[in-house]
Each structure stands twice: as C-alpha cells, then as structure tokens.
Design a protein around this ligand. Structure first.
Ligand SMILES: Nc1ncnc2c1ncn2[C@@H]1O[C@H](COP(=O)(O)OP(=O)(O)OP(=O)(O)O)[C@@H](O)[C@H]1O
Ligand SMILES: [Mg+2]
Length: 294
C-alpha cells in the first residue's frame, strides 16, 4: 500500500541519520586528536624549514603518524649534525689559516729589513704549511660534497704500500696481493697519511700489512709508540683534532679525517684497532675487487 511507504522511509532515514550522528560523535575525539597531531607535525616541519635546526616533534602513539614523526626527527637530527660539522670545519679552518698567515706577514716585514736566510727558510716553511692546509681543506670538502669517485681503476694495494713505505726509513711492508677498484691518487694519499702519522707521532719501526678480512682488503699500519688513549680513538678522525701535548706535531689534524673520508668514498672505513700489546695501530677496510689476480 503506497500510503504506508512514506513513514517507513522516513523512519529508515531517521535511523540511518541517528547512526551517522552516533558515529560522528564517537569519531570526533579521534579525528580531533589525529588532526591535532598532524598539525603539530606540520608546525615542526615549518619550524625546521624556517631555520630552527633544533626543531623536533613529540612522538605520540604507535601508528603511521608516530612513524612519520620519528622519521622527521631522524632527518632533522641528521641535518643539524651536518650543518653543525660544516660550521665547525669553517670556524676551525679560518682559525688555522690565521696562524701561518700572521707568521708570514711578520716574516715579510723582517725580510724587508734583512734578507736573513734563516728567516727566508721559516717563511718558506710557513708558506708550505699554508699550502698543505688549503690543499687538505679543499680535498676534504670535495670528498664531503662529491659522492662516488671521479677515477676508478684497479689498484694493487701491496705495490702501492711498498712504494709509499720505501719513502720512509724503518718502515716495512708485507702481505698479500690485494686489488681494489678505486682512485689511485687518493689511496696513495691515504696510505701516506697513515705512515707519516706513525713516523711523526709514533715510534719506529713502522709495519704496514696488506691482507684480507672477508670480502675486504685490509691495510693495517702499526708502529711501536703508545698510540692514543681509548677515549681519543674515535676523535682522532675528527677534523683539526690533535692530541693535547703532542708537541712533535706541526700538522693540521686533517690527515686522519682524510683517511676516513677516502676509505668511505671507496665504500670502506678506517678504525683505530690498537690492542694492549700493540696500541698504535690503524686499519682501513676497503671492498676488495676480486680474490686473485693472475
Ligand atoms: N700513529 C700515531 N701514534 C700516536 N698518535 C697518533 C698517531 N696517528 C695519529 N695520532 C694522533 O692523532 C692526531 C690526528 O692525526 P691527523 O693525521 O689527523 O693530524 P696530524 O698528523 O696532527 O696533522 P696532518 O693534518 O698534517 O696529518 C695527531 O695529531 C696525533 O696526536
Ligand atoms: Mg697526520
């Protein structure tokens, strides 16, 4: 009977409306909370974008929004670290450049008065030091900025280490033939920095060992000195870090930073691996190219 359809339809619509209202009332706090969390996340992103690198968001709950907040915090932390280390590098670089520059200025003043050969020699050393410093800073920032290698060729580490070791007295090189794919000039520089450190900061004899650690080539440079304290073994790889009281040192503290950067650029890493019986030992691991070379 068509006359009774109207009220029935009306009651169905009313019933559905009531359900919708009940759902809306129940869901409202949830939606409000979710919207609130997303707004707080958005505020964090905007704060970071505006230059506040310390901006972090509170992790609430265990859902996708919480995971997003966690990723945001991780990314913000990484950005803060990177910018911080760049600022430090720049601040240190300007500080380090100032010392030899002021010595050179003074030296030039003296030279105007007398062309003393001793002063001339000092001036030449200062200029060489400045030249090395600038070269190291430039190489370090290039390695930081460029991902991957410009040059890649097969490098026989044993031959390379033998060539470098021969430049120093009381330095022996031993081991097996291991080939890596890499930039020969950078690998040479890395090896030289390690041997030079052993000579300058450690004690003879210096031993360079080339071998394998699983799929990696291992370059291990040891000397008979006392090495560095356990608490400094990671810090020696930081830019411009030098051990307090290392009076022998006329270096800039970028040598091991470069060693680690070069190793990482090749897909490897560098570590201080000294033991109580041989405290002064640094090892570089690099992915080895292949097992044998005919
Ligand atoms: N074989 C070693 N034995 C003892 N101390 C070492 C050795 N190698 C490095 N160190 C310490 O670690 C510090 C950092 O080494 P790094 O090569 O980075 O800088 P540097 O040798 O002082 O200067 P440069 O930039 O000219 O290499 C050194 O100043 C030294 O105090
Ligand atoms: Mg050095």
């Amino acid at each position: 009977m068509p006359g009774r359809q109207g009220p029935k339809l009306l009651s169905i619509v009313g019933f559905l409306g009531a359900i919708a209202l009940a759902v809306a009332i129940c869901a409202y706090p949830l939606v409000r909370r979710l919207a609130g969390r997303l707004e707080r996340l958005q505020a964090g992103v905007e704060q970071l974008g505006a230059g506040d690198l310390a901006a972090r968001v509170k992790i609430e709950g265990k859902d996708e929004v919480a995971r997003l907040a966690e990723s945001f915090n991780r990314a913000a932390e990484r950005i803060e670290d990177l910018v911080g280390s760049h600022k430090l590098l720049l601040a240190n670089a300007s500080h380090e450049l100032r010392t030899p520059l002021s010595r050179i200025r003074l030296g030039v003043e003296f030279l105007k008065e007398s062309a003393d050969p001793r002063r001339r020699g000092e001036l030449e050393r200062d200029i060489a030091e400045l030249d090395q410093l600038i070269d190291e800073i430039l190489l370090s920032s290039r390695l930081e900025a460029v991902k991957g290698l410009d040059q890649r060729e097969e490098v026989d580490l044993l031959a390379l280490a033998a060539e470098e070791g021969a430049r120093y007295e009381q330095c022996s090189v031993a081991g097996e033939l291991v080939v890596v794919l890499g930039d020969r000039a950078l690998l040479r520089r890395m090896t030289r920095n390690l041997i030079e450190n052993a000579e300058r900061h450690g004690a003879p004899p210096i031993e360079v060992a080339i071998g394998r650690e699983g799929s990696h080539a291992a370059i291990t440079v040891s000397d008979h000195g006392a090495g560095v304290a356990a608490s400094e073994r990671e810090r020696v790889f930081s830019p411009f870090f030098r051990i307090q009281g290392d009076h022998q040192s006329s270096g800039t503290g970028l040598g091991l930073t470069l060693v680690r950067q070069i190793a990482r650029q090749h897909g490897g890493d560098a570590f201080w691996v000294g033991t109580p019986s041989r405290p002064s030992r640094i090892q570089v691991l690099l992915p080895a190219e292949r097992q044998d070379v005919e």
